[in-house]
Ligand binder design. Structure first.
Ligand code: ZN
Length: 323
C-alpha cells in the first residue's frame, strides 16, 4: 500500500466511534516504534512532521523514513501529515514533496484572514490530491517555538465553524476545548487535587465539542495537545537525573470519550518524548560504562512501541481497524 490521505480513515473512524492516532516523528527509532506497533495491532496511522522536525531532520530524510515504513508495513494505511503548517509556502513545499495531508494553522490570525489563508492552501492541496486540516480557536502550551500562555488561549466558538468550513473547504478541523501542547498542560493552580494529593486537571469542554459536531454532522474533528503525560515516565525521568516537576497531561478516559464522538484524529507527541527520554536516562544511569547509541536507543524504541500499542488499543480504539 502506498501512502494514503486521511479521507477514508476519517470516514471509517467517524462511523466506527474511534480515532486515528497522529504521532509526531523526528528520527528512525520513533518511526519504527510507532509503525511496528501499528502493524502488529493492524491499525491505520498518521505520521506527522512539524516545522521543527523538518528543520531538525531535513524534509527528504523524514519522507524517506516514512516511505521505508510504508514498505515494511504494507498491510496498514499510513498518512504523512504536516503538523502546524505556518504559511502557504510551507504547505506547498510539503504537498510538492510527497505529503498526503497538511495542516494550515492560521488560528492566531483574525477570522477572515484565517479563512483566506486556509482556502488558498485547500485549493492548491486539492488540486494535488492532498487533504487539509485547519484550526479555529487557540490552544495553550508550547509547540516548537510558539508559546501560548493559558490566559491567551481561547476555546473554539461553535457559531463560527459552519461558515469557516463552508468557505475554506477544509477536510478536517482542529478545535480548542481545553487540551494544551507540551508536558506541562496545566499549572497546579488550574487543577484540583484528589484524595491522594495527585493533580486533577480541569475537564475538557465537551459541551463545545458537542455543539461543533451538531453544526457539522459527519465532519472529522481533530484534537491537538492530547498527550496524557504518563506519570511512570515522568517518574523515570525524575528518578534518573531529570527535573520535570508537576508535568501533567489529559486523562486518557477523556480522550477515549472524545474518540467515541466526532473526534477522528488525536495528536500525541509529548508522551513519545517522555518514553524515549525516560528510557535513555534510566539506561545510562544504570550502565554508565555504555556508549553505543544502539544499546540505549533499542530499549527507547521498544518503549515507544509499547506506549503506542496501549494508545491504539485502550485510548484511540483504532486497533484492528486497518481494513
Ligand atoms: Zn498541535
Amino acid at each position: 500500500m502506498a501512502l494514503v490521505t486521511t479521507k477514508e480513515m476519517f470516514r471509517k473512524a467517524y462511523d466506527g466511534g474511534y480515532a486515528i492516532g497522529a504521532f509526531n516523528v523526528n528520527n528512525m527509532e520513533i518511526v519504527q516504534g510507532i509503525t511496528e506497533a501499528c502493524r502488529e495491532e493492524h491499525s491505520p496511522v498518521i505520521l506527522q512532521v512539524s516545522k521543527g522536525a523538518r528543520a531538525y531532520a531535513n524534509h527528504t530524510y523524514l519522507v524517506k523514513l516514512v516511505e521505508a515504513a510504508v514498505i515494511e508495513c504494507p498491510e496498514i494505511p499510513i498518512a504523512l501529515h504536516l503538523d502546524h503548517g505556518p504559511d502557504f509556502e510551507t504547505c506547498k513545499s510539503c504537498i510538492d514533496g510527497g505529503f498526503t495531508s497538511v495542516m494550515i494553522d492560521a488560528s492566531s490570525k483574525p477570522f477572515e484572514e484565517n479563512i483566506e489563508i486556509t482556502r488558498k492552501v485547500v485549493e492548491y492541496a486539492h488540486d494535488h490530491g492532498v487533504v487539509v486540516e485547519a484550526e479555529l480557536g487557540t490552544l495553550a502550551g508550547i509547540e516548537d517555538d510558539v508559546k501560548v500562555a493559558a490566559h491567551a488561549a481561547s476555546y473554539t466558538r461553535p457559531e463560527e465553524v459552519e461558515e469557516f468550513v463552508t468557505k475554506t473547504g477544509c477536510d478536517s478541523l482542529a478545535i480548542a476545548i481545553g487540551t494544551s501542547h507540551g508536558a506541562y498542560k496545566f499549572t497546579p493552580e488550574q487543577c484540583t487535587r484528589n484524595e491522594k494529593g495527585v493533580l486533577v486537571p480541569p475537564p475538557l469542554r465537551f459541551d463545545v465539542l458537542e455543539e461543533v459536531s451538531r453544526r457539522l454532522p459527519g465532519f472529522p474533528i481533530v484534537l491537538h495537545g492530547s498527550s496524557s503525560v504518563p506519570q511512570e515516565y515522568v517518574k523515570m525521568v525524575n528518578d534518573n537525573g531529570g527535573r520535570m516537576p508537576d508535568a501533567i497531561g489529559i486523562p486518557e478516559d477523556e480522550l477515549r470519550h472524545a474518540a467515541s464522538l466526532s473526534v477522528c484524529k488525536i495528536n500525541i507527541d509529548s508522551d513519545l518524548r517522555l518514553a524515549m527520554t525516560g528510557t535513555i536516562r534510566q539506561f545510562l544511569n544504570e550502565h554508565p560504562e555504555k556508549f553505543d547509541p544502539r544499546e540505549y536507543l533499542k530499549p527507547a524504541r521498544a518503549n515507544i512501541k509499547e506506549l503506542v500499542r496501549h494508545k491504539l488499543r485502550d485510548v484511540l480504539g483504532c486497533a484492528g481497524k486497518a481494513d
